[in-house]
Design a protein around this ligand. Structure first.
Ligand code: ZN
Length: 222
């Protein structure tokens, strides 16, 4: 989970929201599910949201595949907060697992566009933990089931891919004689600051595992 910059509402939803609010003020008993289902521009909105969310789920950050099954998430559930049904600020893209886990819950969960998630949660190894006394962080992890085995596995697979790539780069450089085997590993990782951050801050456990593996490779070169 990371902070999402929503920016201005795109026209497709701005227009729809204005039209809907007018209708809603006249008829507050409107059938909200039917109204939402009937809206034909969901595909366009999904594409737009995917763009601002780096094609990742707003909660677990798993990559999302834009299919018709991909659900648009109402942060404040539309059945309870009818008025927010077409409110751009309330709409995100979430993977089916997060959507299922969250359902109609909206109690004390991190809103990724208004709250900095890292004030409440952090990664340790492949796990997500809450910061000190953050009830919001604790609750978000529980409600969204952020440490279920499928989530842990997805994070660990991703990390292995990143590590594998870095390891490959490292070995290639050794082969080409561009770096000495004794060079500090951290030096190499600083080339890709983002991976380094990922490995050091977010995925401590796997980073340790990887360091061990690299040490093994290093010693086999000696
Ligand atoms: Zn998700």
């Amino acid at each position: 989970m990371r902070k999402i910059k929503k920016g201005q509402a795109p026209n497709i939803i701005k227009t729809k929201n204005a039209e809907f609010l007018k209708e809603f003020s006249k008829n507050p008993d409107i059938n909200i599910q039917r109204k939402w289902d009937a809206w034909s521009k969901k595909k366009e909105l999904r594409e737009y949201l995917a763009g601002i969310q780096f094609e990742k789920c707003c909660y677990c950050e798993r990559g999302i595949i834009l299919t018709t099954e991909q659900e648009i998430e109402h942060f404040k559930p539309k059945n309870i907060y009818k008025k927010l049904c077409f409110d751009y600020k309330n709409l995100f893209l979430a993977c089916p697992s997060c959507n299922r886990a969250k359902l109609e819950r909206d109690d004390n969960i991190i809103n990724p566009s208004t709250t900095d998630p890292f004030k409440h949660i952090y990664f340790s190894g492949e796990k997500v933990l809450h910061i000190n006394k953050s009830k919001k962080g604790k609750n978000t992890i529980e409600v969204l089931k952020m440490n279920e085995s499928d989530r842990i596995k997805a994070r660990s697979n991703y990390l292995e891919k990143v590590i594998g790539r870095q390891l490959g780069l490292y070995l290639d450089k050794i082969k080409r004689g561009e770096i000495e085997i004794e060079n500090d590993l951290d030096e190499l990782f600083s080339e890709k600051a983002i991976y380094r951050k990922l490995c050091l801050d977010n995925y401590g456990e796997s980073y340790k595992k990887m360091k061990k593996e690299i040490e093994r490779i290093k010693s086999s070169y000696k």
